[in-house]
Design a protein around this ligand. Structure first.
Ligand code: FES
Length: 165
């Protein structure tokens, strides 16, 4: 569904647009909204944000492409960004990342067949003392181990099953 003329987002969109004298300044928060709706920064989302900000879609796309917080390809419902930068690697993040991919049966950057989980590694997220850690849809999950992850994954799969039943 579109973000323009969508009651779910109208208030937030207007609030962001009203904060700045130039609509273009709202491009980044509006890209987050588009990503929230589509699960990634899709061509539809780019066009809508461009329309809202009075910008050319090419300009909006170049902004989305510059920042790692925006995904330019479809992701699973849960976008798991595992930090395996040096400090986390010293606390077992590489093994954790490897084991997580193995458990989900995907490659780095891949998404599970049920569309629930995408895993990719990222650089320091500034929670080095809480490794292994990851960012799930921009929320930190810290002091992880595979037992905790497996339980969490099962919980999310059960929720999906319930939604679909
Ligand atoms: S090195 Fe992973 S959060 Fe800093």
């Amino acid at each position: 569904m579109a973000i323009i003329n969508n009651d779910k987002y109208t208030q937030r969109i207007n609030w962001h647009l009203s904060k700045y004298p130039d609509k273009r300044s709202a491009v980044m928060p509006l890209l987050y909204i588009a990503q929230e709706e589509y699960g990634w920064v899709s061509p539809e989302g780019i066009n809508e944000v461009a329309q809202l900000c009075d910008m050319d879609p090419t300009q909006v796309k170049s902004i989305a492409g510059f920042y790692t917080m925006y995904s330019e390809k479809p992701k699973g419902k849960y976008w798991l960004q595992v930090c395996n930068d040096l400090a986390c690697a010293l606390r077992g993040a590489d093994e954790f990342h490897h084991d997580l991919l193995h458990h989900l049966g995907i490659e780095e950057g891949g998404t599970t067949d049920d569309g629930l989980f995408t895993v990719e590694h990222v650089m320091c997220l500034a929670a080095c003392d809480k490794a292994p850690m990851l960012q799930c849809n921009f929320h930190f999950m810290e002091n992880l181990d595979m037992a905790k992850m497996k339980a969490w994954i099962e919980e999310k799969r059960a929720e999906l099953e319930k939604e679909n039943s």
